[in-house]
Ligand binder design. Structure first.
Ligand SMILES: [Cu+2]
Length: 429
């Protein structure tokens, strides 16, 4: 029996080596290429928060210098049933750890240090993040909206290089009593550690008091024999009482000391704020999705849509965007001009948008057209798994432009079916 339980020596040393190697690998800094933005389910990325007009003020900042990420987001009407509606959300940044400090954040120009509640599905909001460089390196910086019940919904990311020395980083603030704190990141940390260590010491001493004696089975036997009186002695009672008094004294003394030293304290702020969607004019284009297919080997999303121009100006389709990917109509200058020079190139599909009919849609005209968005980005961004989603739906935003260059944003959504060959597609139509 014991022979089977004994671990062979070689096996032991091998597993020890493996453990050491695994631990050592955590110590070696490895450049992080991404931080999970592609792992979010496509139904979240294509049908919840659509980020647009996002800009980065710079791609290189020194330690303590700031970069501003701003833009807008649209909350999609066809919000998936499987994700909670944006009733409570928090605007933040996605970076690999605390490599930058979020020094300011706004939604609709309102300070957004707190969560925002009652966002309206179908509405558009502006946002702004001001980030200060903290740890030197090349970091992927995204805006992110964390929706309670749906998780963090990440916007487009761009590489920002932080230069300089981490030792120079400072976060000075002046408290409301006028006290100047040179560097908030170390303020009060030693005191906090002292308190934690103190309480840990008390806890360990209390546990040790009990576990130094015979434990589970002997105590169980004592109970079975009706000798509970042996389990807790008079000394135990005295130690317990002393412990209670000690903890109370520490708490009362600590509280008294803190209120003496810091006269004005405020609790952590836990409320939320509300803001109405941006007052955008309604789009003067109506779009109805008739059919949607994803050609798996061709890496092509094909949408058959019925477009009605309700304005008095001819319209052309300039852009299809979903999951932070942008497919542009390359023959429409105003659409190309809509891509800010600071926008990450890897999120603009090189092959652009292919339209069955790109002539301007006349005022009042209703046209059925096919929109094709073909790019390897569907695979790279791991978006094709929308095929395996339970509801098999797809969504995105279409940007139409009238003769004056005015943009009209319209949602497009509906069920989608995967196809595996061109032939199969031909049969379907
Ligand atoms: Cu990223």
């Amino acid at each position: 029996m014991s022979l089977h339980l004994r671990m062979p020596r070689r096996g032991l040393s091998l597993s020890l080596l493996l453990a050491v190697m695994t631990f050592a690998s955590t110590l070696v800094p490895v450049p992080v290429a991404a931080h999970g933005e592609r792992a979010t389910e496509p139904y979240i990325r294509t049908r919840t928060v659509h980020w647009y007009d996002v800009t980065w003020s710079t791609q290189q900042v020194g330690v303590n210098e700031t970069v501003t990420v701003e833009g807008k987001f649209h909350l999609f009407t066809d919000w998936p049933d499987a994700a909670s509606k944006p009733e409570l959300a928090f605007l933040s940044n996605a970076t690999p750890g605390a490599v930058m400090t979020r020094v300011e954040s706004y939604i609709n120009d309102m300070p957004a240090q707190q969560s925002v509640s009652q966002l309206e599905v179908g509405g558009d909001y502006s946002f702004k993040l001001v980030m200060a460089g903290r740890v030197p390196g090349r970091w992927h910086l995204h805006p992110v909206l964390s929706v309670h019940g749906a998780g963090p919904i990440v916007g487009p990311g761009h590489w920002v290089e932080v230069t300089g020395s981490a030792a120079d980083y400072k976060l000075p603030i002046t408290t409301m009593t006028g006290e100047v704190i040179d560097d908030l990141q170390h303020y009060g940390v030693a005191r906090l550690q002292l308190w934690q260590a103190g309480y840990a010491l008390i806890a360990v001493a209390w546990i040790f008091w009990w576990i130094r004696r015979p434990l589970i089975v002997p105590r169980w036997n004592a109970i079975r024999k009706g000798r509970e009186d042996l389990l807790v002695t008079r000394t135990d009672d005295r130690v317990a009482a002393a412990m209670l008094v000690l903890v109370l004294v520490v708490v009362i003394f600590g509280y008294h000391h803190a209120t003496q030293k810091y006269e004005y304290v405020v609790p952590l702020q836990a409320g939320s704020f509300k803001t109405k969607p941006l007052p955008l004019p309604p789009p003067e284009v109506a779009v109805q999705m008739k059919d949607a297919t994803y050609d798996v080997p061709g890496r092509s999303l094909r949408l058959d849509v019925e477009v009605t121009n309700q304005s008095d100006s001819p319209m052309r389709l300039g852009e299809f965007t979903t999951a932070n990917l942008r497919f542009l109509n390359k023959s429409l200058a105003v659409a190309l001009a809509g891509v800010d020079p600071s926008f990450p190139k890897d999120l603009v599909a090189g092959s652009g948008l292919k339209l069955s009919d790109d002539s301007p849609i006349a005022p009042g005209e209703t046209r059925t057209m096919r929109i094709e968005a073909t790019d390897a980005a569907w695979e790279i961004e791991r978006l094709v798994s929308f095929l395996t989603n339970v509801d098999s739906r797809v969504g995105g935003m279409l940007f139409f432009f009238d003769a004056q260059g005015q943009r009209h944003m319209v949602e497009v959504f509906g069920p989608i079916i995967p196809v595996f060959t061109q032939l199969q597609l031909a049969q379907r139509h």
